[in-house]
Design a protein around this ligand. Structure first.
Ligand code: ADP
Ligand code: ADP
Length: 230
């Protein structure tokens, strides 16, 4: 089943479009890598798909319903209940402990304090960082922060995870361990993933790959992930 579909998505910040007429489909449980050189529009595409930016033209459909023209209330609801986001830098709340950061999306979704905390601790376990429960981000390594950020992105069990260079700020080994875990958890839950990256190793975790050049899909794009199945 197709979860997300983009048709002719176009977005400009200034005179030159950052994205021009991009089409794609994301199936349930599929991992899609979006690759291409820096500045080709990968993040802009991710933001349009995730209901963060509104395209200037074209359409985005989520589970068959228009997302790009949906009300801000509906887009917020989808971002809260159906989507998870993981960026290059975790963007954790500096004043909150790891457990509190991970519990936050559950509290915002209306779950109780005790339940939210207990689920947050389970996710810390899954990422192998239970001992960080009472630690604030400033006292963690970059890799630890990104594990906590990944746990926070997954704690609501989203249908789609949007990951933008999730390992871009990490050492290779630390990054691959993190990505391996995220992909394993996504596969277990039949979660779909949009994985923006310029790194061939990272793209190699995906089932499919699309290549952007100057805001346009490269049709013959062999991509950088030799292992990607079309
Ligand atoms: P990528 O993720 O592939 O590096 P981006 O989507 O971030 O590409 O950027 C695509 C183009 O749009 C680039 O030329 C970038 O400088 C420009 N751009 C991105 N965000 C903004 C913004 N908020 N304001 C103006 N220009 C932007
Ligand atoms: P990425 O390539 O992952 O988007 P960047 O460092 O290019 O990372 O962008 C970080 C932030 O800055 C994003 O919110 C993006 O929209 C914004 N940005 C990128 N390029 C520009 C630009 N030329 N002018 C203004 N904002 C930009």
């Amino acid at each position: 089943m197709t979860l997300l579909q983009a048709r002719g998505v176009t977005k400009s910040y200034g005179p030159t479009p950052a994205l021009r007429g991009v089409d794609l489909e994301l199936g349930e449980g599929r991992i899609l890598a979006v690759t291409g050189p820096s500045g080709c529009g990968k993040s802009t595409l991710l933001h349009c798909l995730a209901g963060i930016l509104r395209p200037d033209a074209g359409e985005v459909h989520y589970r068959g319903r228009r997302l790009d023209t949906a009300s801000e209330t509906e887009r917020s609801r989808l971002r809260r209940d159906e989507f998870g986001v993981l960026f290059q830098f975790g963007l954790l709340v500096a004043e909150l402990t790891a457990a509190e950061n991970i519990a936050l999306p559950l509290l915002l979704a209306g779950h109780g304090r005790r339940e939210s905390r207990s689920v947050a601790l389970d996710w810390l376990d899954r990422f192998g960082v239970r001992e960080l429960a009472e630690t604030v981000p400033g006292q963690m390594s970059g890799g630890q922060q990104q594990r906590v950020a990944a746990a926070r992105a997954l704690v609501t069990e989203p249908s789609v995870l949007f990951a933008d260079e999730p390992t871009g700020a990490l050492d290779r080994l630390v990054g691959e361990q993190l990505l391996g875990l995220v992909v394993e958890l996504a596969r277990e839950r039949r979660m779909s993933v949009v994985l923006v990256t310029h790194d061939a190793t990272v793209a190699g975790y995906a089932d499919d790959e699309i290549v952007l050049r100057d805001g346009v899909l490269d049709p013959g794009g062999l991509g950088i992930a030799a292992g990607a199945i079309g």
